[in-house]
Design a binder for this molecule. Structure first.
Ligand SMILES: [Zn+2]
Length: 594
């Protein structure tokens, strides 16, 4: 394959030994101390001008602290095995935690400020761009502890919650599997073995799947211990912070009422039969009486054609260009400025991400490009994020820059939709068209239905853990109950499938993050509908939405496009798009069978 690009990071620092890294950290640490001496204890009494000055200085310090952090974390993502990178990451993280602690009083003081102080700031023109930040702080007030306690909790998290989460990663990363394909035995890691669950050969898929689940079952007691500890930690912290809802911290961060989460979960669960209809049709397409769980990711016959990097780039930019020239130009800049790392290599992490950085520092994209059609979709997805950050970076300052999690996947998934539109418009081969459709359906079921099943499992597991320690069987029973609801009779599950809960990192690293994928995907279906209906008129509204970053709540940002996320039928409308795709697939499948 042609040579694939790696990224440049030299706008941040020249290399790992750049003395400016330590210099910046030391300077920020000293300034953070001076900042604390100047402002700590004074915030409540500030007028609007004073508060704007304080938050300006605070943002500047945060931005400067993020630079070494971003450099270390981006370096680690392509060179995880390098000792110098590990040492840098550890050093930077320790110092950044200390600086974060020195600055924490700002958030705490804003959250604990009196209603009179908030009213004074809200009325001041100097604070006009800070209203949403202040509103978030006000909402956090009932759950914020004293500055000293907040610092102690954040510090202890390094050896508590975060250490358990890292142990989970390290255990999984250390696994090797001796696996034989076509007479040749290889030592594979978990990610490589997982990818064999998409092999065209059913026996390979079954063996790969069984090897993974067997390993999960062998280590289940350790993982159950990690899960129990983390969920207990969550329970203690939510109690300390006076939350009554186990999902309270997530919903506060995401600025959504619990009713919106419940409406989303209920609507998707009611849609499980449509997913089952697709699984039955997929079984017919594969010539199977019924799917077994290791067939869920099976490819469709017809084969995947290989795509070069140059083609992938042209497809994605062409698709983005059909939406808007500025969006295309912002995506193109990632290629031109060498802000994409696409070459797979030892020590580089799996998967893909877009690092949003801070306003004024250009975002980066990491992918592992193998030339499959799916890799083109991943590129469109991550560049969608990249455009989102670029537009928000032009319009917002730091405190309003980051979109909240439920909004974070908007541009990425929209990027995939416009890519599908371009590919379908040109494709005439019915087999390829059917594959494109199936890939979109599977993507939708994976991000909507499966993530909702994860979220329901996570909610139930947290509630059960609040009552008592959970055995491996307890966790497996909760897991199997949600699989049963999602797959029903359409997918035959084996005895080992009950260990699936071991293998979902999001349920270890985060709390209730998975629902936001479903939120994002359904939201994008609704937005895509609007684009189809309104054409050109939709585009400026969409770009304003992206440029808004996190400057307002999801409900208000979307209200500007006529979308009401508190209306339960909103989710049903998004799900209609999935139903239509499944109907189209089933119809083509029926026609192909005649
Ligand atoms: Zn994403």
């Amino acid at each position: 394959m042609e040579s694939l690009p790696t990224w440049r990071l030299d706008d941040l620092y020249a290399d790992l030994d750049d003395p400016k890294i330590a210099g910046d950290l030391a300077a920020v640490a000293a300034e953070a101390e001076a900042f604390g001496a100047r402002w700590e204890g004074r915030i409540e009494a500030l007028d609007g001008d004073g508060l704007a000055e304080l938050l300006g200085a605070y943002s500047a310090l945060l931005s400067r602290m993020y630079r070494p952090q971003m450099f270390a974390s981006l370096s680690a993502s392509t060179d995880a095995l390098d000792e110098a990178v590990k040492a840098l990451s550890a050093r930077v993280n320790e110092q950044a935690t200390a600086i974060g602690n020195a600055l924490r009083f700002v958030d705490v003081a804003l959250a604990n400020a009196s209603p009179e102080a908030h009213a004074r700031w809200a009325a001041s023109p100097a604070c006009a761009g800070l209203l949403h930040h202040l509103q978030r702080a006000r909402a956090a007030r009932p759950h914020t502890l004293d500055a000293a306690v907040e610092s102690a909790l954040a510090t202890k998290d390094l050896t508590g919650r975060r250490a358990w989460s890292r142990l989970y990663d390290e255990l999984c990363a250390a696994w090797r599997f001796d696996f034989t394909v076509e007479g040749e035995t290889q030592s594979l890691n978990l990610a490589a073995l997982r990818s064999l669950r998409e092999d065209p050969d059913r026996a390979v898929r079954r063996r790969a799947s069984e090897a993974i689940l067997t390993r999960f079952s062998e280590h289940a007691p350790t993982f159950a211990y990690i899960v129990n500890t983390l969920y207990q930690d969550h329970k203690l912290e939510t109690a300390l912070r006076r939350y009554t809802d186990v999902a309270g911290p997530t919903l506060l961060d995401d600025e959504l009422p619990r009713a919106t989460l419940d409406a989303l979960l209920t609507a998707v669960e009611a849609h499980y039969p449509v997913a089952q209809r697709f699984f039955a049709a997929k079984a017919r397409a594969l010539g199977l009486p019924r799917l077994e769980s290791h067939d869920l990711l099976a490819p469709f016959p017809g084969g995947d054609r290989l795509v070069s990097w140059a083609e992938a780039r042209a497809e994605v930019l062409g698709a983005f260009g059909a939406l808007d020239p500025e969006i295309e130009a912002d995506a193109r800049a990632f290629f031109d400025d060498r802000r994409i790392d696409a070459r797979p290599r030892p020590g580089k992490r799996d998967g893909a991400f877009c690092a949003g950085m801070v306003p004024g520092v250009a975002p980066r994209v990491l992918v592992n490009f193998h030339g499959r059609l799916r890799d083109v979709y991943t590129l469109a997805h991550e560049l969608g994020h990249g455009v989102h950050f670029t537009l928000a970076g032009k319009a917002q300052r730091l405190l309003n820059y980051w979109p909240t999690s439920p909004m974070a996947e908007t541009a990425s998934v929209f990027g995939e939709m416009v890519l599908t539109r371009r590919l379908l418009a040109r494709e005439t081969d019915p087999d390829v068209r059917r594959q494109l459709l199936a890939a979109r359906i599977e993507e939708a079921l994976g991000t909507i239905h499966r993530q909702v099943a994860f979220t329901r499992y996570e909610l139930n597991a947290h509630l059960a853990r609040a009552r008592a320690n959970l055995s491996t069987d307890d966790l497996s029973a909760l897991w199997s109950a949600e699989s049963e609801r999602l797959y029903g009779d359409a997918v035959q599950r084996g005895a080992l499938d009950r260990w699936g809960w071991v293998g979902i990192p999001h349920l270890v690293h985060y709390r209730f993050y998975c629902y936001s994928y479903a939120f994002g995907q359904l939201l994008v279906f609704a937005l895509y509908r609007l684009w189809e209906q309104e054409g050109e008129a939709f585009v400026p509204k969409y770009k304003r939405l992206l440029a808004s970053g996190g400057c307002d709540t999801p409900a208000s940002l979307l209200a500007a496009l006529g979308i009401d996320i508190t209306d339960p039928s909103f989710w049903a409308r998004g799900l209609d798009v999935v139903t239509e795709m499944v109907d189209a697939f089933v119809a083509e499948e029926g026609a192909a069978g005649e």
